[in-house]
Write a protein that binds this ligand. Structure first.
Ligand SMILES: *Cc1c(COP(=O)(O)O)cnc(C)c1O
Length: 382
């Protein structure tokens, strides 16, 4: 694929928009005609929220989940025309910005409802809100038995329009769905009790639920990780999860090569000594780019389609690779793949996550702002 490669930084994250389209089609097939509201919080899970939002709007998606007001503002300022649902709880001090930009907050306190209603009426507006119910996440949200009273209080404010009611799954990515099904029943009981409020959008499903809990689709679904082509977990039962295609590739280039004798200590703390005469490559990526120092001596990168062991401590800006196996072939400037495919080999975000004892969500999200995100150029492919 051709990519626009304008950045002079040697370490880049490439964003494959064809794969994004493919993943959206797959998810849309699963949920049918219901709307999908992609979650593009945390800079689209590290993929670049402006790039992702621009492409998704071109595919017709109109509503996105962001973490907070600031993330929504950044997208508005980048020229993205869409509805932004603010997924984390805001405070009254955010009401002005929420209303000015027609963001849709998710709320679970009367304090916030009052503040929003007051500001909305002052601005001569009606603000759409989503009421959050804690059916078992144990984080934000009203308790199920509080919902009806809360709705009555909200309905009394002319400045508020209750557009949605939502809940969130903490365990939909587990093989055993007992807890999630119980949670869904609890949410459905709430929904039954509040039918007469005529709330247009009841939503609960995240990526894992889109694959494994079709009963949770309701009126809209909020996929995050899956749109980026990453598996919600290794316990998803639906085989279609294997059709996802990773959107992000993370690459760098060799900037230095040197032969060193056996017994040479490498990088800070000499956490690695060469066992034989070795060819060592230096690449300009480090923990300042989001490559965790905990991967030191514990990961591989691809050069010429070969897995090359990373050696010595990963430093802020630079990392070393043992490329002895490629002696004679490898040159300054050669491409190095940190996450992605090269030839027949592939390093996945899941592989790094497993080594780090974390999840792919964190690996992608931690790629730092120093790394330019480069979208594939769709036009050139046609
Ligand atoms: C992030 C988020 C999602 C998306 O979750 P994934 O597991 O990434 O699909 C859905 N709903 C809420 C409230 C979220 O914060």
């Amino acid at each position: 694929m051709r990519v626009s490669d304008q950045s002079i930084r040697l370490t880049k994250a490439f964003v494959n928009l064809h794969h994004l389209t493919h993943n959206m089609r797959l998810l849309q097939e699963l949920v049918g005609s219901r709307p999908l509201w992609p979650c593009i919080k945390a800079d689209a899970y590290g993929h670049g929220a402006v790039i992702i939002a621009r492409h998704l709007t071109s595919l017709g998606y109109k509503t996105f989940g962001v973490a907070d007001v600031e993330e929504g503002l950044a997208l508005v300022q980048a020229g993205i025309h869409a509805t932004f649902i603010v997924l984390s709880e805001a405070l009254p001090e955010h009401c002005h910005a929420l209303i000015a930009h027609n963001f849709e907050p998710t709320i679970s306190t009367l304090n916030m409802a009052e503040a929003l209603a007051f500001e909305a009426e002052k601005a001569g507006k009606r603000i759409a809100i989503h009421v959050k119910v804690d059916t078992g996440m144990g984080r934000l949200g009203l308790q199920p038995e509080e919902v009806q009273k809360f709705l009555d209080q909200c309905v009394a404010f002319p400045g508020l329009h209750i557009r949605g009611i939502m809940s969130h799954f903490p365990r939909a990515d587990e093989r055993d769905k007992k807890y999630s099904l119980r949670q869904l029943r609890r949410f459905r009981q709430v929904l039954e009790a509040i039918q007469e409020y005529g709330i247009e959008a009841r939503h609960m499903a995240n990526s894992a639920a889109i694959f494994d809990l079709p009963d949770s689709y309701l009126d809209a679904a909020r996929p995050g990780i899956a749109i980026y082509g990453l598996h919600p977990s290794r316990e998803i039962a639906n085989p279609r999860v294997n059709e996802l295609k990773p959107v992000l590739e993370w690459k760098t280039r060799i900037v230095f090569l040197k032969e060193v004798p056996a017994g040479t200590g490498l990088s800070y703390g000499h956490a690695y000594h060469t066992k034989k005469r070795s060819l060592i490559a230096t690449v300009p990526v480090g923990y300042g780019d989001g490559l965790s120092r905990n991967l030191s001596n514990h990961c591989t990168m691809l050069v010429h389609g070969v897995r090359c062991p990373q050696v010595g401590r990963i430093t802020m800006d630079l990392t070393l690779l043992d490329v002895t196996a490629l002696r004679g072939d490898v040159q300054l400037g050669d491409e190095v793949v940190i996450i992605g495919r090269q030839g027949a080999e592939e390093v996945t975000a899941d592989e790094l996550a497993q080594k780090l004892g974390t999840i792919n969500y964190e690996v992608a999200t931690c790629i730092s702002h120093r790394v330019p995100r480069i979208p594939s150029q769709l036009e050139e492919e046609k």
